[in-house]
Ligand binder design. Structure first.
Ligand code: HEC
Length: 133
């Protein structure tokens, strides 16, 4: 009888310990992009062509504490935020959310759209490998 009790206590304790160890919620992992795009002859620069678009048209809302903090498009964090599999699709650039969600003809994101020229810059930047250049 005593042995059974000890066994029971051990079983309960080890269950609790293992429950503590394994019972956690996995954080949402942002997939970094593989470095497989671009040929070193990029024509569009993230710093001088793309970031200014975000600064002038997007960061009123897309900033920490803004109306829509995700994606955070403030300079300094914009690249790390969008250079992820969620927003950029290197295999099929046209399907990148940071591009097709707000092209002039998209049915989504009525708050703000890119001009045709801005959309083209974004698309070319992705086609060139979405570099932090
Ligand atoms: C007036 C505020 C406002 C401005 C300015 C704005 N957005 Fe948004 N954005 C939102 C809101 C609100 C949502 C969520 C609703 C929706 O998807 O339309 C959103 C959603 C998005 C999404 C989808 C996010 C997701 O993960 O689902 C992207 C991408 C995006 N915005 C990009 C931009 C870009 C790029 C600009 C600048 C060209 C911009 N937004 C300008 C308010 C804004």
């Amino acid at each position: 009888m005593k042995k059974n009790k000890i066994f029971l206590i051990l079983a309960v304790v080890s269950f609790l310990v293992s429950a503590c160890v394994y019972d956690f919620v996995a954080p949402e992992v942002q997939q970094p992009l593989p470095d497989n795009g671009g040929n070193g002859e990029e024509t569009v620069s993230f710093a001088s062509d793309i970031a200014p678009i975000f600064e002038s048209k997007c960061t009123a809302c897309h900033k920490p504490g803004g109306l829509k903090p995700n994606p955070d498009l403030t300079s300094g964090t914009a690249y790390a935020t969008i250079a992820t599999a969620k927003y950029v699709n290197l295999a099929t650039p046209e399907e990148s959310m940071i591009y097709n969600y707000l092209t002039p003809t998209s049915g989504t994101h009525n708050q703000k759209k890119y001009t045709a020229a801005e959309a083209q810059l974004i698309l070319t930047w992705i086609q060139e490998g979405a570099k932090n250049n």
